[in-house]
Design a protein around this ligand. Structure first.
Ligand SMILES: *Cc1c(COP(=O)(O)O)cnc(C)c1O
Length: 427
């Protein structure tokens, strides 16, 4: 009999900073050592002890088709056989850009990167270069990747670890970023009155995912569009999570608002590293080589990522899967969980938008980061571990979104509800 190896995290910590290559993977806020993954397929993910879990993290959003979808794997393999990187343009990149442009018309021209972080970082640089202004507005609890200018009052891992800014980001740069409460248009108006002529951009998650799921309220985005147009400020929608999550297109299609620039990532890479920045021609042309704002990447438009993305987008476009079905399943899951909690007298506020949701352990409502932070995070940690024991893998932080894929079945939902009932018995 071979002994089962159990010290994966101990080994990792010897050679990888904090044992992980991205902070939230470390389970720091929920306690315990993170599970190491051996493989995943469809809605299921398997740890190194061969235990099976229903996966609601889905690589933090990208795996909308479920893990290891055969068409995506085939696209990656056949691309790999032709070579993995050329440092020269390919036709697939144009095809992918055409497809994105047809789905999200505000993206007249685009540029591909290897991560969402690069897309948002470039968006800020471009907005500054285009307007000749330096200040930007973002919103508390929104996360736009880890570029210096955007790590102020940020969501995701920054929120989970309770880091207000980040050491290593020079004060003089952080000072150029104003962070305001999400959904607070009066605060935006005030900031514009004060700094209007110095503001290059407003960047926003059109539906927030990185403080947990929070929807825009009372025409928040329409008012942002109005104000930015009036004051010559570049409006950036960070649709890295929301792009292709709800429909074949962005959240902007659902509400009929056209931002000046849009950032994409996650789903459009089919599980491979990717990011895209796109928008108004007049602004995008300021990027080098047509303009002089510099941006580049050795592996940008990488053939594996682009072909995995193309395969994913083709399936979504062909309506091979129904967004309505996945939304319905998510709705049922959230409604039944809510009933279970209220039957036990446990305060919970479940914010759901289409196929993404967060269980905030508090009475709610949760409309911004300040609200989100009122949640009972210790209780969340116990719930998280209870669910893991029952074979359900939720996001290991109170301030994150959970996702459902097209691979999740009604049986997966029933199984999750049963697991939730069992977990509540022991809390
Ligand atoms: C994940 C995310 C990013 C960063 O993308 P990476 O690929 O992790 O660099 C940016 N913005 C939002 C809204 C995200 O959720």
């Amino acid at each position: 009999m071979t002994a089962t190896k159990t010290n994966y995290f101990t080994d990792a910590r010897q050679v990888i900073a904090g044992g992980v290559n991205s902070p939230v993977r470390a389970w720091q806020s929920v306690g315990g050592d993170p599970l190491f993954v051996s493989h995943a397929r469809g809605s299921k993910i398997y740890d190194t002890a061969a235990r099976e879990y229903i996966d609601f993290v889905l690589s933090w959003g990208p795996m909308i088709l479920g893990h290891a979808h055969p068409d995506v794997i085939e696209a990656i393999c056949s691309a790999a056989r032709k070579g993995t990187s050329f440092g020269a343009p390919t036709e697939s990149e144009t095809q992918m850009a055409q497809l994105i442009c047809s789905a999200i018309p505000s993206m007249e021209l685009m540029r591909m990167t290897s991560s969402g972080t690069e897309a948002t970082m470039t968006a800020i640089r471009l907005a500054r270069g285009y307007t000749g202004r330096n200040m930007i507005i973002k919103f508390d609890g929104c996360y736009h990747g880890h570029a210096d200018s955007l790590l102020v009052q940020a969501g995701s891992g920054v929120a989970t670890l309770v880091i207000p800014g980040s050491p290593g980001v020079p004060e003089c740069l952080a000072e150029l970023t104003i962070s305001l409460p999400y959904n607070d248009i009066a605060a935006v108006q005030e900031a514009i009155e004060r700094y209007g002529s110095q503001l290059a951009a407003i960047i926003v998650e059109p539906v927030a995912g990185n403080m947990g799921v929070v929807e825009p309220q009372n025409g928040f985005l329409a008012k942002l569009r109005e104000l930015t147009t009036q004051h010559g400020i570049v409006l950036i929608f960070d649709e890295v999570i929301t792009g292709f999550r709800f429909i074949f297109g962005g959240y902007q299609n659902l509400v009929g608002i056209k931002p000046d620039l849009t950032c994409l990532g996650k789903i459009i890479g089919g599980g491979l590293p990717i990011g895209v920045l796109g928008g108004k021609k007049e602004i995008m042309e300021v990027l080098a080589p047509s303009g002089n704002v510099y941006q580049a990447g050795t592996l940008s438009g990488n053939p594996l990522a682009v072909n995995a993305g193309l395969a994913t987008l083709h399936l979504l476009q062909a309506k091979a899967y129904s967004y309505a079905d996945v939304d319905k399943r998510t709705e049922q899951l959230c409604r039944d969980m809510e009933n279970m909690f209220s039957a036990q007298g446990i305060p919970v506020c479940i914010n759901r938008f289409h196929s993404m949701f967060t269980l905030f352990f508090q009475a709610g409502p949760v409309n911004n980061f300040l609200d989100a932070k009122k949640s009972a995070t210790t209780f969340f940690a116990r719930f998280f571990h209870g669910m893991i024991k029952e074979g359900i893998w939720l996001a290991p932080s109170q301030f994150e979104a959970n996702f459902i894929s097209f691979a999740h079945t009604d049986a997966d939902i029933d199984c999750t509800l049963q697991a939730c009932a069992n977990t509540l018995k022991h809390l």
